[in-house]
Design a protein around this ligand. Structure first.
Ligand code: AG3
Length: 282
């Protein structure tokens, strides 16, 4: 009999992975961390029973969370990442040569350490990059207190359960607002809309009083089961979300960045939402 890891996120519906080998399993100071070798998706990392990332499909999520805001902005120098301890997002952000500094605020040092060790292809050396600065702190504390400002802020959080819960609250979004530079862009993982429909409407209610332009884009990430993963978007520069295809193509080409999921046409298309989501926003 083989051993299976069954995710415990949704009621009455779950995905399972056949486990080839458990590489690490422990309670950190903040959450229960498991990293295992699966027989189908390469190495898999879960926190508190919820799949966070797999080697096989992480590129879809990390490319979309990094490149959509970064190419829409076009000249970001300072980037802030909240969470993202596996390092996949930092890796994609640092591919942009115009980025001079990427500050990553992660609450759990153990996640970074164990992912560097057992998921080395995620960070791919990003933590040793001189443009990266790692801060171990709660993201909400950081955005409430830092005196630095950023062109792009990305929230690569867990679901709004446990340590990730505060990263979906109005006080967190107010903190984001205070440390975004004029014209800056905030993007955040916002759950799988079909399975977690309230996340889209709640985030929309909380962001729209603070920013002149808010919206959502999406991507299908197989191991975030149940349909489209949504990403929240907020900015006071409404033009950024409407960046012309030709401009995105020019920036993408000039960057020399190689992608496996992201491309400029898909970037534009990802802001088109299914009607049930459009309705939930009004
Ligand atoms: N961040 C997003 C995990 C979301 C899982 N939720 C879900 N399936 N609804 C994970 C960290 C990736 N760097």
């Amino acid at each position: 009999m083989s051993e299976w890891f069954n995710e415990t996120l949704h009621n009455g519906y779950h995905q399972g992975f056949e486990v080839a080998e458990v590489l690490f399993e422990n309670k950190t100071d903040h959450q229960h961390l498991v990293i295992f070798e699966s027989t189908s998706f390469g190495r898999v990392m879960a926190l508190d029973g919820i799949i966070q990332t797999t080697e096989r499909d992480e590129f879809i999520y990390h490319e979309m969370l990094a490149h959509v805001p970064l190419f829409a902005h076009g000249q970001a120098k300072d980037v802030l990442i909240i969470g993202g301890g596996d390092g996949g997002l930092l890796r994609e952000v640092l591919k942009h040569q115009n980025v001079e500094r990427a500050v990553q605020v992660e609450i759990d040092q153990a996640v970074i350490d164990m992912c560097v060790k057992y998921l080395p292809n995620h960070s791919a050396g990003a933590y040793d990059n001189p443009r990266a600065e790692i801060v171990i702190n709660d993201g909400i504390e950081y955005v409430k207190t830092t005196d630095r400002q950023f062109d792009i802020i990305l929230s690569d959080s867990t679901d709004p359960i446990g340590p990730g819960e505060v990263l979906f609250t109005s006080p967190f979004y107010e903190g984001i607002k205070r440390c975004l530079k004029p014209g800056g862009i905030f993007a955040a993982q916002n759950g799988v809309a079909f399975m977690q429909p309230d996340e889209v409407s709640t985030t929309n209610k909380r962001l729209s009083p603070l920013f002149t332009d808010t919206g959502f884009y999406s991507a299908p990430v197989p191991t975030y089961i149940g349909g489209l993963m949504t990403f929240a978007w907020a900015s006071d520069n409404a033009a950024a979300r409407q960046t012309a295809l030709a401009t995105l193509e020019q920036r993408y080409q000039d960057s020399g960045i190689q992608t496996r999921y992201y491309n400029p046409a898909l970037h534009q298309g990802s802001f088109a939402l299914p009607q049930y989501l459009v309705d939930s926003l009004s």
